[in-house]
Ligand binder design. Structure first.
Ligand code: SF4
Ligand SMILES: [Zn+2]
Length: 377
C-alpha cells in the first residue's frame, strides 16, 4: 500500500519498525562476545549511597545478573536497549543460583547495606526469563535479611497473580517500571516499548493495591526527537507521572552498543542530551514534584562523555556532580552558581528547535540529506 511508504517516500518498499529495530543478535561477533563470558558470575556487583523509602541515607548493593534476557527484546526490543549484550538463551537455573551466591559472597551477605537492587535485564518475575524457584529464593532471602529490595519489570508482565505472589514473598518491595515516556505515540514510534500508558496505569494500580512501591523510569531524549522537544516533553511527563510514583528516575540517553540509537549516533544523526537540559528540566519540575512527596533521581550514565549526556567538556564534571548531588539532597540550590559559555550554544539550539520546521532537531552533530532532516518521524 502506497500510504505505508509515507508522503516523502522514494518509492522503495515500506519497512516495518520491527525490522529496523532488531539488532544483530546472531552475527558471529555477537555470538562470540556472549559466549566469552562466564554464566556462573553476575555482570557486576557494586555499592552506592542510597536512600531508604523513609528518607534515611543508606548503602545499597546493585547486582546485575546474566540472564536469558527480556522476552520483549527477543521478540522486538526497545530502540535504545543494549542489555542483550549481557544475556544468553542458555543460562541455566544453576547459573542463576550460582550468580546470586557469588553476589552474596562478594559483598559478605550484603554487609553494611540496607537495600539491594536486583537487575535481570528484563522483568524479574517473568517465568520465561528467570526460573520461578530462583525468583522466590531472592525475594524470600532479601526479605528475611531485612533488606529493601528493588526489582524491575515491564508493565504488561504485571499480572494480578504475579504481583500478589511478589508481595507475599517480599512485602513492601519496590518495583521499577521503565515507562520511558508518558505518551503513547512516543512509546510506539520512538521507543518501541511494547506497552501503553494504559497498561502502565493498570500495573501501578496493581502494585499499590498489593502494598508495593512504584518507581518509574523516564528516558530523556528518545531517538527521532529534538533537544527542545525532549526538554518540553520530559518535563511534562515527569509532572504527570509523579503523582502515581514514589520515585521517578529520569535517565538521560546513553548510547549502548548495537542498538538503533547506536546506529543513528554513529551516523552523526543523534546527539545525547545536553546536561543543561537536565538542569532546566529539574528546575522547571522541582516545586510541583517535591510537593507531591515524590523523589526525583537523575543519574547521567556516562555523563560528560560523547556517548552520554554532555555539554562542552570544560563544564561537564561540574554539572554532572551538581545533578548527582541533587538526586541525593533534592536541593535546587545545587544549580545556583553553575555557568559556562556553552550555555548560549545550548540555548540557541533550543530556540532553533522550537522555531524552525525541523522535527528531528537542529543540533550540530546532525548531518545527512536536507529532506531527511526535515522529514517528520
Ligand atoms: S523492556 Fe527493558 S530490557 Fe526489554 S528491551 Fe525494553 S528496555 Fe530492554
Ligand atoms: Zn560548558
Amino acid at each position: 500500500m502506497d500510504s505505508a511508504r509515507g508522503i516523502l517516500s522514494d518509492g522503495s518498499k515500506a519497512v516495518k519498525i520491527h525490522h529496523l529495530i532488531k539488532a544483530p543478535e546472531n552475527t558471529p561477533e555477537s555470538i562470540s562476545y556472549r559466549e566469552s563470558w562466564d554464566a556462573s558470575k553476575p555482570v557486576t556487583v557494586y555499592k552506592t549511597p542510597e536512600m531508604l523509602p523513609d528518607g534515611t541515607p543508606c548503602t545499597a548493593t546493585t547486582v546485575i545478573l546474566r540472564t536469558k534476557g527480556c522476552a520483549w527484546w527477543w521478540k522486538s526490543g526497545c530502540t535504545f536497549c543494549g542489555y542483550f549484550n549481557d544475556v544468553r538463551e542458555d543460562v541455566s537455573v544453576e547459573d542463576m543460583f550460582s550468580q546470586w551466591e557469588e553476589a552474596k559472597r562478594h559483598t559478605n551477605d550484603f554487609e553494611g547495606c540496607s537495600m539491594v537492587k536486583v537487575y535481570t535485564s528484563g522483568t524479574f518475575f517473568e517465568d520465561r526469563e528467570n526460573p520461578p524457584e530462583w525468583q522466590q529464593a531472592v525475594l524470600r532471602e532479601t526479605s528475611e535479611m531485612g533488606l529493601h529490595l528493588v526489582i524491575e519489570a515491564q508493565a504488561q508482565m504485571c499480572t494480578p497473580q504475579k504481583i500478589a505472589w511478589v508481595a507475599e514473598n517480599h512485602p513492601g518491595c519496590t518495583v521499577a517500571i521503565g515507562l520511558e515516556a508518558y505518551d503513547d505515540k512516543v512509546l510506539r514510534f520512538h521507543v518501541n516499548k511494547g506497552f501503553s500508558t494504559k497498561q502502565w496505569h493498570k500495573a501501578v494500580d496493581m502494585l499499590r493495591e498489593n502494598g508495593l512501591r512504584v518507581k518509574t523510569y523516564l528516558l530523556f531524549k528518545p531517538p527521532f526527537m529534538s533537544e527542545g522537544d525532549a526538554l518540553n516533553h520530559t518535563t511534562a511527563w515527569l509532572k504527570k507521572v509523579a503523582p502515581y510514583s514514589d520515585e521517578v528516575s529520569v535517565n538521560p540517553m546513553n548510547i549502548q552498543r548495537n542498538t538503533v540509537v547506536d546506529r543513528l549516533f554513529r551516523n552523526q544523526e543523534y546527539r545525547p542530551p545536553w546536561l543543561w537540559s537536565l538542569v532546566e528540566m529539574i528546575q522547571r519540575a522541582h516545586d510541583e514534584v517535591t510537593h507531591l512527596d515524590c523523589r526525583v533521581i537523575v543519574h547521567p550514565t556516562a555523563g560528560g562523555r560523547t556517548r552520554g549526556a554532555h555539554n562542552c567538556k570544560q563544564c561537564d564534571n561540574e554539572v554532572v556532580s551538581a545533578i548527582e548531588r541533587y538526586s541525593v539532597s533534592a536541593d535546587i540550590a545545587e544549580f545556583t552558581f553553575l555557568d559556562c559559555s556553552c550555555k548560549s550554544v545550548w540555548k540557541s539550539e533550543l530556540n532553533n528547535d522550537s522555531t524552525l520546521p525541523t522535527p528531528l532537531g537542529t543540533g550540530t552533530r546532525r548531518r545527512g540529506e536536507a529532506t531527511d532532516l526535515a522529514r517528520a518521524p
